[in-house]
Ligand binder design. Sequence first.
Ligand code: ATP
Length: 475
Amino acid sequence: MSSPRILVIDDEADLRELLEITLLKMGLDVDSAETLGQARAFLAKSDYALVLTDMRLPDGLGIDLVREVTTLYKGTPIAVITAYGSAENAVVALKAGAFDYVTKPVALDQLRIMVQSALRLSTAPAGEPQLDAATPSRLIGNSSAMQGLRAQIGRLARSMAPISITGESGSGKELAAREIHAQSSRAAKPFIAVNCGAIPEALMEAEFFGYRKGSFTGAGEDRDGFFQAANGGTLMLDEVADLPLAMQVKLLRAIQERRVRKIGATAEEPVDVRLISATHQDLAKCVETGKFRQDLFYRLNVIELSLPPLRERLDDLGLLANTVLDRLAGPGQAKLGPQVLDTLAAYSFPGNVRELENVLERALAFANDGVIEVGDLSLKSARLAEPASIPASAPVADAPAPAAPVASPASAPVQAPDALPSNLPEYLEQVERDIILRALAQTQFNRTQAAQLLGISFRQLRYQMQKLDIHAPED
Ligand SMILES: Nc1ncnc2c1ncn2[C@@H]1O[C@H](COP(=O)(O)OP(=O)(O)OP(=O)(O)O)[C@@H](O)[C@H]1O
């Protein structure tokens, strides 16, 4: 069997030679062209596992070739070589359909990583997602919005372009990210999802980039960070708008260099990670208000994927509800009674599919013989919380009986209104615990609604509950 063939297009003889030698040493066949004209002639004659082109050529621009290859040779990945620091060229090329890019001076370790991932890609059928009929998409729904989304995911899975997923809480952003990963040539490598809003700022660098033994008190052994853990795979930065500015700078550097340095290490290590970011906030607005760096926004937001809220794709409601019920009760063991679907369709689902799952789970507990009736649904939007009174006294005692959440014993002392707390962290923790318990009690332990009442994401609430040792009564 012949080796995969790569087409290199560069008018700089030295660089062309370096690329040729590197690729030949990898056991690949190489054709080289100095101009777009020569490249077109090669493309008309042979199939390539990868086309690698410089951006400026004597008879035109590499970006034109990107457009040609992505339309005329759909299954052929094309990558560009951009000048160092020219984020613009890289982003434009990725938007035009380039699979990836390398910067000049070309780092050979990164070139090899890029070529290998292109080779994995070219073994998958062109334009076809790696899923087959036996592995249905995780994203359920036949509405035109969902069909469009699945098609877009199939295309995006074939590229390294960073994707920014937007959508309301619970609309399936993480699920979509997992789907992109599962359909990509990286599927066999890890998918790591990180909730940027849930990591204490002081720990962020260590969590993202890892650390060397002894680099700070408590660093008893070497540890990898998220970047190393996701190497070869996909790193999802969820709630990316919550990244503190100092961390945004470090992240930008890691993305630009495709290298990270562990805390306490002298050398950087290359990382091959596809980035997907998600947020339910308006990231462009965060840039305007100075909360998010423009340059990082530009790097992360190369391709936008927007998830519609559930209320805008009500056609999917029945299918989603039945799938959730099958999962909860076993196939065919539970169903919706008359009018239930209409009642659900009239509800706004601020917590989207996650809220639908919660509503059905709860309704199922009240349902007779697995048939959910309208009366089993509790869809009333929770009333707004009253302003927190500090310090709060036993909030659980006022809670409606069926859903009173439980917490570990309170430790903070009750203060006289004007007294200063003797232990501020403990006191604040107690205040936070009380407020969360009240929100949970008000929403009968519907965490989606409780998070909404408190203006935080579902994940943040879940994280805080774990931290403060708050459990559902039945946990
Ligand atoms: N189209 C869908 N098909 C099936 N399940 C879905 C779909 N969309 C969302 N879900 C389910 O809804 C729940 C929430 O999804 P996910 O965590 O992906 O949402 P999210 O947008 O990332 O939420 P958040 O903004 O709170 O992080 C999950 O249990 C997920 O499996």
